[in-house]
Design a protein. Structure first.
Length: 192
């Protein structure tokens, strides 16, 4: 068996997992009392956390964290398995509506990614960046979101809107490195 150019036939399972391979089971249900969403949550935890079993089976995450995890899992199922990206974006927006703190910025970026990659919907993508900038103006992510919106418009050949967003980054003046990049982009776009 060859993976990433190397023979893994005799390689121990632990080493295969370290390469990025994951084991899947042929049974349709691991735990009869779990919903599909709870199975997805468990799979996410097993892949990305060391204490997966205790997090999911023992403590069953309470309150806010559980709701966020469920929302992310639901969005993942809608996007990847059910091919319903607009519904995934809606779920992520509802999470951001419910939890008005900086921890949901990640979900808004994910919604923007889904809009860009899966829906090919520039307007929805930009709305996510605008939302980050408007709802979290004092967070460093606000300027980054405006910069990303400018790049999205530039890629779409809407130069005037790109300039508008780069200028917004200059107006925020929150991150010197982003300000310098925005100045450079504006300079490049002003060339004949």
């Amino acid at each position: 068996m060859i993976f990433a150019g190397q023979d893994i036939t005799a390689m121990p399972m632990v080493k295969r997992v370290q390469l990025g391979l994951a084991r899947t089971f042929q049974t349709t249900t691991l735990f009869n009392e779990f919903s599909v969403l709870e199975h997805v949550e468990l799979a996410c935890h097993l892949r990305y956390k060391e204490s997966a079993v205790s997090d999911v089976l023992m403590t069953r995450m309470a309150g806010r964290d559980r709701t966020l995890q469920r929302g992310k899992a639901e969005a993942r199922v809608l996007r990847e398995e059910m091919k319903k990206p607009a519904e995934a974006v809606a779920v992520l927006n509802r999470l951001a509506d419910k939890y008005k703190d900086e921890k949901v910025i990640e979900e808004l970026y994910l919604a923007a990614e889904i809009a860009r990659k899966d829906m090919k919907d520039l307007d929805t993508e930009i709305k996510m960046y605008d939302r980050i900038a408007a709802e979290y103006p004092n967070n460093k992510e606000a300027s980054k979101a405006l910069m990303t919106a400018g790049k999205a418009y530039e890629k779409a050949k809407n130069i005037e809107k790109a300039k508008e967003y780069y200028t917004k980054v200059l107006d925020k003046n929150s991150d010197d490195s982003l300000v310098k990049k925005a100045q450079g982009y504006l300079f490049d776009l002003s060339k004949p």
